[in-house]
Design a protein around this ligand. Sequence first.
Ligand code: SF4
Length: 354
Amino acid sequence: MPSAFVKPLILWYNSECRLLPWRETKDPYRIWVSEIMLQQTRIEAVCGYYERFLAALPDIESLAACPEDQLLKLWEGLGYYSRARNLQKAARLIMEKYGGKLPEDAGELRKLPGIGEYTAGAIASIAFGKAEPAVDGNVIRVTSRLRACTGDVRTSGFKKELVTWLRQAHDGADGTWGILNQAFMDLGSMVCTANKSPLCMECPVSSFCEAKKAGIQDSIPARAEKKGRRIEERTVVLYTDGERFAIRRRPDKGLLSGLYEFPNYEGKLAREEILLAAREDGMYAVRIRELPEAKHIFTHVEWHMTGYEIMISRNDSKEGSFIFAEKDIINEQYPIPSAFAAYADAAGIKVGKK
Ligand code: SF4
């Protein structure tokens, strides 16, 4: 028998759920793409990209065959580009090993690049109606409040025990795991929220909530101390000959690998220093203009950027160091990560256009 909170939670979901494009389909490919996009990006941001991506790559076959630059261009602005690359690796594997069809079983799904335990559970339950929990931060927060768990929720032991508890709480016989998983997600985003006090007065399961009964809902789950990010100073340069701008491809490994960037240098360089660096790179400056400072936050590092636009009269750079291209060509062909959005803006180049 399901626990008593399941029915009111599902009823609440049926009337209050968020209307999202990937909830209007049963196509496993579309659901998979949405889950990958949502891994590190907010729902509001994903919506525009989702439609654009699927219009260009409507099925697994087209994703598997897509040239990398085009794929990264479609992902431009979403960040965490390894997600796009893994999506494509998985699509190729699906074409080779699974006859072009996404496997239904969560264990098989987990063998594909970019699909971890949560994503496998979400796809298997939502797209295929399998009895699989999908434990993300929302589920952890809501269930640890429901059960008044005061311990550390980040341990693998806690997660394992939670999965067992969820399976007992909902036997899944009626094939509603997909709905239950999404109901937890929506409750966690809309009512039992993370960054402010939960809205217990609006909660459909408040009468079953042990944390609320004890008045400790605000302190659950226990907050972990955050590690500080490393700060990196960089100086970004828009080299231009008046019509074209210089970009270059980042290395194949590491942060923002394989994407394109405006040339940039370590440290916060003054005018004289950047002019020297420009000359060392074979660029003959005729005019320099300071650009506003900008900041970009990655998971473990923050870039604090200083910028210049340098008009050049001659380019003696080593062959292959830079690509000079017009704005429209950069817009169409070269994926520039949003870390450079402020400088792309200054050049009139759109990053992450939807
Ligand atoms: Fe969360 Fe409050 Fe609902 Fe408990 S009653 S699950 S704390 S919103």
